[in-house]
Design a protein around this ligand. Structure first.
Ligand SMILES: Cc1ncc(COP(=O)(O)O)c(C=O)c1O
Length: 403
């Protein structure tokens, strides 16, 4: 007997695989098969987690209390430390009760939208966007509305663009600075203008601050609810230890917001995943109560690689890359190369061009389609200097054959 029901629910079937993780997996598989692939796909620092953080985890693993369930919303000492760290790093004063410890920043993203959105509620999403945002908005029943900014504005959206996209269904503005995938960093004035506009229209703000410590040159990080304090009661700040302390695998992030929303998200988490692994929380506690010297060291290396990469990319005919000011990604336009002949093929899209580059140059890049803007690539510069130069040189050599 056949039952006329899909095997996979429509809601889950509509989710696509994370394109960034897929590219990374493909590059790693080719490497394992002996091909000398250089991967620019990874969204993680190439440094190990600092030793004192690892030691704190080793100690915690021996503590019987940590072998048991702990409060779903996070270890009280970690919630308090995150509140303190938030004030130390961004000037945003919050209570421990306004902090929810999550299984990585990703769970904070998911729970923020789940807690705020009813079916049909619209979220303004500055685009290019990090690939997880629209999926978590849709999972929560919301509607992502892309607000596209291109290389001519350094991928920063303006108030006029946001206003043009606002409707009476708009509930939330998503704001990410420094940005993944573009590395764009908004100035304090821009943040103030956008924040005031959001406040004027009664919007909520979900602001992802996970790259707060990775800004270069004259760029500065500013937290929107600090710049526009009137927004605090309608703002959720997302953050985590992954990028600042090279702790992507430990899976600790957090959501900071008004108590009613934090409580609602904690209720969801209490049924979905319960507490984050205690050993990881103990490691995160050592991280956020320690100093910022490890990230300062990484920042120096990333800054050097950023400059090398952008210079090399802009030397390739048909490639244009604005200088990223934060995070660890470059986002060049390759639109001029599409439709040209390279090694007997004519790639028509950045997906096709990325496939050709992987095949012919053995270099893995993430095509802009993954971030809502075909015609671009995202390259992470969180990899060793030698591999970076070798990888971009291979791409340059191949693309210079375009006719
Ligand atoms: C903008 C942004 N937010 C959040 C995250 C989530 O990081 P994690 O879940 O590893 O803490 C990432 C990871 O790539 C990111 O780029």
């Amino acid at each position: 007997m056949s039952i006329d029901r899909p095997r996979i629910s429509r809601r889950i079937a509509a989710i696509s695989e994370s394109a960034t993780l897929a590219v990374d997996a493909k590059a790693k598989a080719l490497k394992a098969a002996g091909r000398p692939v250089i991967g620019f796909g990874a969204g993680e620092p190439d440094f190990p987690t600092p030793g004192y953080i690892v030691e704190a985890a080793v100690t915690a693993a021996r503590v019987p209390r940590f072998h048991k369930y702990t409060p779903a919303g996070g270890l009280p000492e970690l919630r308090a430390a995150v509140a303190e760290k938030t004030e130390r790093d961004s000037g945003y004063r919050v209570e421990a009760s306004q902090v929810l410890i999550t299984n990585g920043g990703k769970q904070a993203v998911y729970e923020a939208f789940a807690a705020l959105l009813d079916p049909g509620d619209e979220v303004l999403v500055p685009t290019p966007y990090w690939t997880t945002y629209p999926e978590s908005i849709k999972l929560a029943g919301g509607v992502p509305v892309d607000v596209v900014a291109d290389e001519t504005t350094g991928y920063r959206v303006s108030v006029a663009q946001l206003e043009a996209a606002r409707t009476d269904r708009t509930k939330v503005l998503l704001f990410v600075s420094p940005s993944n995938p573009t590395g764009a960093v908004y100035s304090r004035d821009e943040i103030e203008a956008i924040g005031r506009w959001a406040d004027e229209h009664g919007l909520w703000v979900v602001t992802d601050e996970i790259y707060e410590h990775l800004v270069y040159g004259d760029a500065e990080f500013h937290s929107m609810p600090v710049v526009v304090p009137e927004l605090a009661d309608r703002t959720l700040v997302l953050n985590g230890v992954a990028k600042t302390y090279a702790m992507t695998g430990w899976r600790v992030g957090w959501l900071v917001g008004p108590q009613d929303v934090v409580k609602a998200a904690a209720n969801l988490q209490s049924h979905a995943t319960s507490n984050v692994a205690n050993v990881s929380q103990a490691a995160a506690l050592a991280a956020v109560t320690g100093d910022l010297s490890a990230v300062a060291e990484m920042r120096t290396a990333f800054d050097r690689r950023r400059q090398t990469m952008v210079r090399m990319l802009n030397d390739i005919p048909g490639v244009f890359c604005p200088v990223p000011e934060g995070a660890f990604y470059a986002y060049p336009s390759v639109k001029e190369l599409l439709g040209k002949e390279i090694r007997g093929k004519r790639p028509q899209s950045s997906v096709e061009l990325a496939a050709l580059i992987l095949e012919e140059a053995e270099v893995a890049l993430v095509p802009g389609e993954a971030f809502g803007t075909p015609g671009y690539f995202r390259l992470s510069y969180a990899l060793g200097d030698d591999d970076l130069v070798e990888g971009v040189s291979r791409v340059a050599k191949l693309l210079s054959e375009a006719r």
